[in-house]
Design a protein around this ligand. Structure first.
Ligand code: NAP
Length: 304
């Protein structure tokens, strides 16, 4: 396939930007990929490891003559970064982002973009608990969803080309309304992360995480929580602050269910517990059937 963009700029050089670079290069989708991150340290690491074809020394320099600019910074920084790059954007450029929430990013970014520049917000449902310039890899988006939340009136050809980029990077692509995106993600990602943070915090409060017994005997349940709870604190702070309503809505429902399970345990209602766990087991089966996870025991990891 011919290259889709002559010049692409990625702003922020962490897990997602790094993976974008490698995935674009794997399929030869872009002529030159230029990168920029705010700290000299990250820019140096990026240059040393060959992350991006060129590292610019300012955000404005990075977006100069770029056909596509992808903002890969925490959600809370999107607005300021959009304001910073706005004067350097080429007429006809496409701006996108990879932020985990969409309503707040659109509110923060769209007002800064000049006439003649398109904006297509995006969210790849792909990640790991790693962050920083060395953490990206080409396969991150393979067989994962990327949700686009285009604004009304977006040019069909511009949208189609951008959609093709994500598909060629390995993703399945869907379009969604931003508010709906934020509610769906509150259920599938944001609230589960909050629960994991809480569970690890509770264990820590009990003073047992530092106690070798918790580390030594940590079973799959707690271990999986700790993996999620190791995710980047800045990114996740911003996710909750920018998806407040949907997260609080889902947390309210979660708390009600938790009380119902608590009551079932207290009253010895085994039938309630068994029915509930049967229903949830079917959801896991559905995820595996949809090809979104492995059916190997313990995620295919070594059992120990
Ligand atoms: P990351 O590895 O932590 O990298 C973040 C990058 O943003 C770094 O280059 C950092 O620059 C820069 N940055 C941080 N704060 C900034 C600020 N206030 N102003 C300007 N630049 C700033 O993050 P990531 O995991 O790639 O996440 C990037 C975006 O993708 C976030 O919006 C996140 O919500 C979204 N996302 C993440 C995942 C995931 O699982 N990680 C999945 C899907 C979407 P320095 O290195 O110079 O500090």
């Amino acid at each position: 396939m011919a290259q889709l963009y002559d010049r692409v700029a990625v702003i922020g050089l962490g897990l997602i930007a790094g993976s974008l670079f490698h995935a674009m290069k794997r399929a030869d989708l872009a002529g030159e990929v230029v990168g920029y991150a705010r700290s000299a340290e990250t820019r140096k690491v990026a240059r040393d490891i060959g992350l991006c074809d060129r590292i610019a020394s300012s955000a404005v320099e990075a977006v100069k003559d770029a056909d596509l600019v992808i903002l890969c910074v925490p959600v809370g920084a999107m607005g300021a970064v959009a304001a910073e790059i706005a004067p350097g954007l080429k007429h006809g450029a496409l701006v996108s982002d990879v932020g985990s929430t969409k309503g707040a990013v659109i509110d923060a970014v769209a007002p800064h973009l000049p006439e003649g520049v398109d904006f297509i917000p995006a969210h790849p449902l792909a990640g790991t608990e790693q962050s920083g310039p060395t953490s990206g890899f080409a396969e991150l988006f393979d067989n994962r969803w990327c949700l686009l939340t285009p604004l009304e009136g977006t040019d069909a050809d511009v949208l189609s080309r951008y959609k093709t980029l994500w598909e060629q990077m390995g993703s399945n692509v869907d379009e969604m309304d931003p508010a709906h995106h934020d509610l769906v993600l509150a259920v599938t990602s944001h609230t589960p992360h909050l629960i994991a943070y809480t569970m690890v915090g509770v264990a820590d409060d009990l003073g047992r995480v530092t106690d070798s017994e918790v580390v030594k005997y940590s079973a799959a349940g707690f271990r999986d929580f700790t993996r999620i709870a190791a995710s980047d604190p800045t990114m996740w702070r911003d996710v909750f602050l920018s998806n407040k309503d949907a997260t609080l809505e889902i947390l309210g429902r979660f708390t009600e269910e938790l009380f119902a399970l608590q009551r079932a345990i207290r009253t010895g209602d085994g039938e309630h517990l068994h029915d509930y766990f049967t229903r949830t087991r079917a959801i896991r089966r559905g995820i595996i059937e949809a090809g979104q996870d492995t059916d190997a025991p313990n995620f295919g990891r070594n059992a120990k």
